[in-house]
Design a protein around this ligand. Structure first.
Ligand code: SAM
Length: 351
């Protein structure tokens, strides 16, 4: 089976993700006015899927919010040891509002890099709430970024948020460049050779604290290629937080069924065999010299929702598939890792 055909199937996985996200938005699980622009044919998803999309989005939102708002050294050290905090932050509740002043408290310039961004709207959602990074880079295959660039460029809802009169399309319409937002096209399997130079050309700075997000992405590429990304980031960035969301536990009955269903749609998850457990997800970082790593499954994150938030989402639709939910949630995890080089001043003191 040719690689191109396989890649097309993988690009298609984003359509699924964004339709599910819109379903969760429309039911009130999530608050995001940008998602609808990426969906031509909305469809309501089953409660299980809605809850999964909600929790996945919410947990990565929480990391992003903590990263933007706080001193990276503190925030990542705390999150690396306190898994429950990934969803308990009240500020990340879809119902709460964040004041623009909050963004200013951080003070330090930071970057966010979304690997395999698909139609993700996090940059827009956060900036609309006054939370932004110095630079936000998104990367996906050219076919995916071209579609995204068109939607963004032609919608005032998006261009107003970018707020840069010099917003430019590039590389045959597959890339977008602005002061703080860059959509870049490329193949993550060629990270060091082709993605890094593109980032550099757009003002990427390895000395700035940087959040790398990989939401259902690394799992689709061969472990050798995803390891190369983790290695590069760990070696070259002065301070970074890496957050991964993906499937685990392929070997039990549910996991085998999950893989069979995907295979029926010609979707393979090569990453799941290299990182099948919470422990191995942590080791994908710690074995490569990262300072701290932690992985939790989605049941754990679900349980850590506040009583109030649980009550709120329970009121949105009938949800009686509790056992199925627990099984499903046991097969998805969030892993995060932290790595920082000693500051120059610390080096001096050590000498
Ligand atoms: N991160 C987005 C989200 O959570 O909504 C999209 C997730 S979608 C399941 C996976 C995305 O990863 C797709 O947009 C796909 O094109 C992208 N992707 C997978 N392998 C890639 C590669 N080798 N290079 C660039 N993008 C890739």
């Amino acid at each position: 089976e040719p690689q191109v055909a396989r890649d097309d199937v993988i690009k298609g996985t984003d359509d699924d993700a964004i339709i599910s996200k819109l379903s969760a938005v429309n039911l009130g699980y999530l608050d995001d006015p940008f998602v609808k622009h990426f969906v031509k044919r909305p469809s309501r998803r089953p409660p299980l899927i809605n809850r999964g999309s909600y929790l996945r989005t919410r947990s990565l939102d929480t990391f992003t919010e903590q990263f933007i708002k706080s001193d990276i050294t503190q925030s990542s050290r705390t999150t690396a040891t306190a898994p429950a905090s990934a969803t308990t932050q009240s500020a990340s509740s879809p119902t709460s509002t964040t004041t623009p002043a909050a963004a200013a408290t951080a003070g330090i310039k930071k970057q966010i890099v979304s690997l395999g961004c698909g139609s993700d709207t996090r940059y827009f959602k956060f900036k609309a709430k006054g939370l932004s990074a110095h630079k936000y880079f998104e990367i996906d295959f050219p076919e995916s970024t071209a579609k995204k660039a068109v939607v963004i460029k032609k919608n005032k809802a998006f261009t107003d948020i970018i707020g840069d009169p010099d917003l430019k399309l590039g590389l045959g319409g597959t890339e977008l460049y602005s002061k703080d937002y860059c959509l870049l096209s490329g193949d993550l399997r060629d990270f060091t050779e082709s993605i890094v130079p593109k980032l550099n050309a757009q003002g990427f700075d390895t000395s700035l604290p940087t959040l790398f997000l990989s939401e259902c992405v690394l799992i689709y590429i061969q472990p050798g290629d995803s390891d190369a990304i983790v290695n590069w980031v760990g070696t070259n960035m002065d301070a970074s937080l890496f957050v991964v969301y993906e499937q685990i536990n392929p070997a039990d009955a549910f996991g085998a069924m999950m893989l069979r269903n995907l295979r029926a749609r010609q979707i393979e998850l090569p990453g799941i065999h290299a990182y099948p457990s919470l422990k191995s997800q942590e080791e994908r970082f710690t074995s490569r010299g990262w300072q701290a790593a932690h992985a939790v499954n989605m049941n754990k994150l679900h349980e850590s929702l506040s009583e109030q938030e649980m009550k709120r989402i329970s009121s949105l639709e009938i949800f009686d598939e509790v056992e199925e939910w627990q099984l499903l949630a046991d097969h998805y995890c969030v892993a995060w890792a932290y790595q920082a080089k000693p500051r120059q001043s610390e080096l001096h003191r050590a000498q």
